[in-house]
Design a protein around this ligand. Structure first.
Ligand SMILES: [Zn+2]
Length: 212
């Protein structure tokens, strides 16, 4: 049983990891501390006037019980992934190719029909979903303005973090469960993996009866 813990999400701050994020053990050891780092993509431009800058301790911990290696501080995702988060997956050629291959592989494993639904969590600019768009229904959930680029490409996208409200919105708008759920480089950023797993089942075909 995982105890109720203080969450960084919505705090506009951060939470020190006291217990393993997977097995809840308090038996964590520090492997390395590399100092204080600013949130990703917030390095000031060379030549700009010095101003106050947030920075967070980057410590790596190992759980002695389940061996999970994890970062020792969870920063509110609203700080790490603000609407202005600049990265778009479509700008990386190898990622575009990788997503196309993934879609191809999924299509071979599961024969997708036009009314099937593919949901991408952390869908960014819709690059992954664009590979499914001609075959079936698609739906992206993306917290940053990259989601607006997806909308401009005609990819059904909800601008939101993946949370209970987003799952309820998906169910309300689509009245359908997902046949396929994709999440690329998402778990590494998830604060509460157990709650997240529950949310995935909440939108997965067969998971409709899960109460959220
Ligand atoms: Zn553990």
């Amino acid at each position: 049983m995982i105890r109720q813990k203080k969450l960084a999400a919505g705090s506009n701050s951060s939470v020190v990891v006291e217990r393993c994020q997977v097995c809840d053990s308090a038996d964590l050891e520090s492997i390395i501390f590399i100092g204080y780092l600013p949130p990703v993509n917030t390095m000031p431009t060379i030549g700009s006037r010095p101003a106050e800058q947030p920075a967070y301790p980057a410590e790596v911990l190992r759980c002695k019980q389940c061996q999970l290696v994890q970062i020792g501080l969870i920063v509110d995702p609203a700080i790490l992934f603000p609407p202005t988060y600049p990265y778009t997956s479509g700008t990386t050629k190898i990622l575009r190719e990788n997503f196309a291959e993934l879609a191809e592989e999924v299509s071979q494993l599961y024969s997708l029909k036009s009314d099937d639904l593919v949901v991408d969590v952390g869908s960014n600019d819709g690059t992954l979903l664009s590979n499914f768009q001609r075959t079936c229904r698609v739906y992206g959930i993306e917290p940053t303005n990259a989601g607006k680029l997806a909308l401009e490409r005609g990819i059904n996208t909800e601008i939101s973090f993946f949370n209970r409200a987003a799952v309820k919105e998906l169910r309300y708008r689509l009245k359908a469960n997902a046949k396929i759920i994709t999440a690329t480089n998402v778990f590494a950023h998830i604060e509460d993996v157990h709650e997240n797993r529950r949310l995935y089942f909440g939108i997965f075909a067969g998971g409709r009866n899960i109460h959220l």
